[in-house]
Design a protein around this ligand. Structure first.
Ligand code: DGT
Ligand code: CA
Ligand code: CA
Length: 365
């Protein structure tokens, strides 16, 4: 079998944006910087029912963290800034940042809205150089997107991910292969991604608090407690072993592209040109993955950093470039007619994606 890489000699980066949703809001509204900022998921019950999605570090110092009720957060810090989740904004900023990270990677894997792995094996020759590359990525994200992130560098995904969490916010931690055991030893077991509350509680009952202590349990004991797959995984993870590859993938929910215009503008010609380029890009991605779409969204960020979207849903799935372009142009035109604003960034997104079926043409037979 052909192995594309030697799993024992890899250099992996993990980038995790700091207090992401809240930091996006700080970027949009510089006046709130320095104050506690709380991002809220309001429930349908109205009022203050719902939970905190995330908060900035000022709010975290007061004990306001993801998951606590909004009402409790308001009691704790009535002076804080409370904002509802604005996913459209975070997604477009995420796209912006992910493009930057991707441009520095060998293999790129977006893990969530604010996290990505890079396999830089072959791009850099050692961990020193990888550390410099990580710093370069951090600098670019700070300069171009105005955001901080934390980066971990390690010999595999597991260690890179734990390392990115090690010095947050604005951290950079490099763990060389020989240092992995020492690095993990004193960390709490919950630092292992995959050890949630249930596993953590059970391990605590067994007297295991650190990853070092976990690594001393026998594989038999772990399998007895957690069954085969999890037991083996725990044993390996505690020793810093992880051979899972960085896999290029993209969410199947949607494919989007954004671009910053050369100057703030409302000029239909400039916007049309930008849309055409973005549509080409999105279409190429769809073709490569053999997907059709059913909805098209035009995204515009105005100079006041407000995000506006216009979506059109088709009556049947389509796959052609013209549908993307024409629909996006119409959406942009309608938006500009309604909003006399200057645009800073524009984007296109297609969604409701499906694998193309029954689309073999006669030519293929
Ligand atoms: P960090 O990485 O510790 O500086 O802080 P965050 O806020 O970036 O936390 P992270 O990386 O776990 O999550 C990324 C974003 O995902 C976060 O900004 C908000 C959202 N998020 C995280 N946890 C929850 C949650 O429990 N519920 C909801 N609705 N959203 C969450
Ligand atoms: Ca984060
Ligand atoms: Ca995250």
């Amino acid at each position: 079998m052909f192995l594309p890489e030697n799993p024992h000699r890899r250099i992996i980066l993990h980038v995790d944006m700091d207090y992401f949703f809240a930091q996006c809001e700080e970027r949009e509204r510089p006046e709130i910087k320095g104050r506690p900022v709380v991002i809220c998921v309001y429930s349908a019950r109205g009022g203050d029912s719902g939970a905190v999605s995330t908060s900035n570090y000022e709010a975290r110092k007061l004990g306001i963290k993801a998951g606590i009720p909004i009402s409790r957060a308001k009691k704790t810090a009535p002076e804080a800034v409370f904002l509802p989740v604005n996913m459209e904004l975070y997604r477009s900023i995420s796209d912006e940042v992910m493009e930057m990270i991707k441009s520095h990677c060998g293999i790129f894997e977006q893990e969530s809205v604010d996290e990505a792995f890079c396999d830089t094996t072959g791009k850099v020759s050692d961990f020193e150089e990888a550390g410099l590359l990580a710093q370069k990525i951090k600098d670019e994200i700070r300069q171009k997107a105005g955001l901080t992130c934390s980066v971990g560098v390690g010999p595999n995904k597991l260690i890179a991910k734990i390392a990115s969490d090690y010095r947050k916010p604005d951290g950079l931690t490099v763990v060389k292969p020989g240092e992995a055991s020492h690095f993990l030893e004193s960390l709490k077991i919950t630092e292992l991604p995959g050890v949630g509350k249930k596993t953590g509680d059970r391990l605590n009952e067994l007297g295991v608090k650190t990853i070092g202590e976990l690594s001393k349990l026998s594989i038999d004991e772990l399998i007895r407690e957690f069954r085969q797959a999890k037991g083996i995984w725990l044993k390996q993870a505690s020793q810093g072993i992880d051979d899972s590859p960085v896999v290029e993938r993209e969410g199947t929910e949607q494919i989007g592209r954004m671009t910053t215009l050369k100057a703030d503008t409302a000029d239909p010609g400039v916007i049309t040109e930008a849309i055409n380029k973005l549509a080409d890009d999105v279409h190429r991605k769809l073709e490569a993955r053999k997907l059709s779409f059913k909805s098209i969204t035009f995204v515009a960020i105005s100079t006041d950093f407000k995000t506006h979207t216009r979506t059109h849903t088709l009556s049947a799935a389509a796959k052609d470039l013209d549908t993307i372009k024409n629909t996006a142009h119409l959406l942009a035109k309608a938006f500009l007619a309604e909003h006399p604003v200057l645009l800073r960034r524009v984007g296109i997104r297609v969604a409701n994606l499906e694998a193309k079926k029954g689309q073999r043409t006669l030519v293929e037979f």
